[in-house]
Design a protein around this ligand. Structure first.
Ligand code: ZN
Length: 107
């Protein structure tokens, strides 16, 4: 009697602890019916409604050539904003100081 591999269906000799073909390990007990795993639903981008597509983060969208689009890590965007705002604040402060110096009421 042979053991049927749950992964590839290859018949291995009884008592084998793994599949002869794909090396899938067998359980000690006789291979029960393969556990019903919920099928992972995969939908293509074309099936998505346009509104949902527009809400997708850009990094999930495939590139023009199907390449993976290089994307910055999520924290990077925040860090970039913080740096940008800091620079803006400094520039504004300096501009204000310079303005105050030149427009100080002469005595
Ligand atoms: Zn196998």
């Amino acid at each position: 009697m042979a053991v049927k591999c749950p992964a590839c269906g290859f018949d291995s000799p009884d008592g084998a602890s793994w599949c002869d073909f794909c090396k899938e390990p067998f359980r000690k007990k006789k291979t029960a019916a393969p556990q019903a795993r919920p099928e992972r639903k995969s939908i293509s981008l074309e099936e998505l409604p346009k509104e949902a597509l527009e809400r997708l983060p850009l990094e999930l969208l495939p590139g023009q050539d199907g390449e993976k689009v290089p994307s910055a890590p999520p924290w990077f965007r925040t860090a970039a904003w913080v740096v940008l705002l800091s620079i803006l604040l400094v520039v504004l402060t300096m501009a204000g100081m310079i303005w105050a110096r030149f427009h100080a009421a002469p005595r």
